[in-house]
Structures are given as structure tokens and as C-alpha cells.
Design a protein around this ligand. Sequence first.
Ligand code: PPE
Length: 306
Amino acid sequence: MALVTSKYIWRNGELIPWEQATTHILTHALHYGTAVFEGIRCYKTDTGSAVFRLVEHMERLVRSASFIMMDLPYSARELSDATAELIRANELESCYVRPLAYRGYGSMGVNPRPAPIDVAIAVWPWNAYLGEEALEQGMHAGISSWRQRTANSTPGVVKSSASYLNSGLAHIEALDHGYGEAILLNENGTVAEGSGENIFVVRNGALKTPPVSDGILEGITRDSVMQLARHFGYEVSEASLVRTDLYGADEVFFTGTAAEVTPIARIDYRTIGSGKRGPITEKLQTAFFDVVAGRVPEFESWLYRV
Ligand code: PPE
């Protein structure tokens, strides 16, 4: 997954060339994980580019920052407008968007408050995160030996850089064990999420996904899929799940900005349902791709036109 560059990066209100977007070694966040970020996608539609649920993502960034006592000097609206300007300047039709707010260079020590707050946004082209084949055929995921934290330590609802050390540990373990992605249980032993995705199970035509209180990121794709599923008349509930709920499901899938809607065909070398992308997963995946491409007028309000 090589990083493809673009021309400009937005930093603290200005567009600067990609190569100049560097930072000092004594940047506070590099040492103490004092950063929050977002992952957002901009899609090509028949009538120009559109960013999927941009303002909601920026609102989550501002909320994550406030949880770690960082008051950002920009509103969600200002950051959304800056993102659109940046995409236009980079002349990209579709791309991934990575806003980052962090404690910068200026003081060391665990206390983050004396360090300045820097805000940046980067955009670059990024293809299917878990692979094109996974989108169609479904992937093999494995339950991790690493646990996801619950609300009283580096909480999952805060999209902090610090949390992603845990995701990284789970992800490399999964790859080393021959899986494409990890599924983390939380400290109580119920299902939490993937290293960078929320998770859904389908059984007897009804969908279930773990509640936010089980230590997950409150995913925007998760919310979108819940709304789409209800729109189609499926029963959707938030419920704690144990690992056998995964093994015994008719269908399981991941959701996330990077991962979009990715079916899971096998877990821990056990076949899930038919061992292929299931029909309800396929219906929701198709609907999701139609919505982001601007083909569903009813959900046009989810698109932020560039
Ligand atoms: N859980 C985790 C742990 C997570 O990182 C993500 C997004 C989600 C759930 C889904 O959230 P949402 O994107 O709002 O539907 N992970 C981002 C980072 C992935 C990366 O590799 O970097 C993403 O998908 O952009």
C-alpha cells in the first residue's frame, strides 16, 4: 500500500507544498500520542466530486480534540471548507482526506497543555483499503489476542493517534497469522471492532452491531449502513456480541471510511454462512457505493460538494 502524494497540504490555515509539510523531532504528539485525526473519502460523481459526510467527520474531530482538552482554533465548518479548497487545489477527483490535530513543538513532558496546537489536512488518492478482491469475495479475519480498551483508558470514541498503537499491534498479528484483518474483543470479552473498522453480523435477516459503550469508535460508515438498512426495512440493533455470534452468523461485514463495506467470508479458519459475500451485505454495499457516487437523491444531504 504505497503512499501516493499530492501537491499541497493545508496547515494552520495555509496551503503549503507537500514536501514542506514536515515537523520537528520534539513535536509533543510524536512522543506522547497527543493527536486526534479523521479519515474521510471524497468520491467522483456524475456532477463533480463530493466528500462523504464531511461535516460529521469534522465534528467528530473537534469532539475528539475536546475530549483530550484541545480547543481547536477552527470550527468543523471552517475545516470542511478548507478540505474542499485543498481538494480543488490538488485537482483530485477522488481521494482520501486525513485531518490531524496535534500538540506541536514547544515543550516536553507529559503535560500537553504548554505545547501549541497544530491542525493540518492532507489528501491523496487511496484505493480499496482491504483490497478489491475482499470487496467482492469477502476476506478472512481473525480474532486478536490484543483487546480493545473500554471507556476508562484511551477510549475508542476518541479517534486519537494513541489508540492506533493497539490497532497496529492487532493488525500485524493478524497478518502474521495469515488473516487480512483483526477483530478485537474488548476487556470484557465481547466483540468490539476491527483494527480500523466497525463490524456487523446478519442473522435471520436482522443486523446487529456492538454498541458504542463496548469500546468502539462511533463510525460514520456504521451509522450510514444502519440508516440504509432501516431504509430497506431490515431490523437493526446495537447489541453486545460474543465470538460465537460471529462464527454462527449468516453474514459478517466490516464498515469504515477506508474499508467501505467489506464482507468477511471466514473468521479464524471457520466459514461464515455461504463463505462468500452474503446477499444483505451485497445489497448494503451496493447502496453505499450508489450513495457515495451521488446516484441516490434521497441521500444527497450526505454529500459535500467540492
Ligand atoms: N473503528 C476504528 C478503530 C477505525 O479506525 C475506523 C476508521 C472505524 C471504526 C470506522 O469509522 P468510520 O470511518 O467513521 O466509518 N478508520 C479510519 C482509519 C483507517 C486507517 O488505516 O488509517 C478510516 O477508515 O479512515
